[in-house]
Design a binder for this molecule. Structure first.
Ligand code: SF4
Length: 73
């Protein structure tokens, strides 16, 4: 089964909050510094599209997705 793994770079995050708005089940923002908190690094299929969209809208490029290779073991 393919699993998407998410990674966030809190050093790059500028606290714009687009990720938490786009995929609130996957991302949140720190109450203290406003930076991203990753709630679920391996989102289920139902949340994957939103997580991908969040990575696309993040203005600082702090969110990366790692898709397993097709056909890999
Ligand atoms: S959208 Fe990007 S910059 Fe904004 S809070 Fe999320 S990770 Fe940080």
């Amino acid at each position: 089964m393919r699993t998407t793994r998410l990674h966030v770079d809190r050093e790059r995050c500028i606290g714009a909050g687009m990720c938490a708005l786009t995929a609130p089940e996957v991302f949140d923002q720190d109450d203290e510094d406003g930076r991203v908190l990753l709630l679920n690094p391996e989102p289920p299929a139902a949340q994957r599209a939103a997580a991908q969209m969040a990575a696309g809208v993040c203005p600082s490029g702090a969110i990366t997705l790692h898709e397993p290779e097709l056909g890999g073991s």
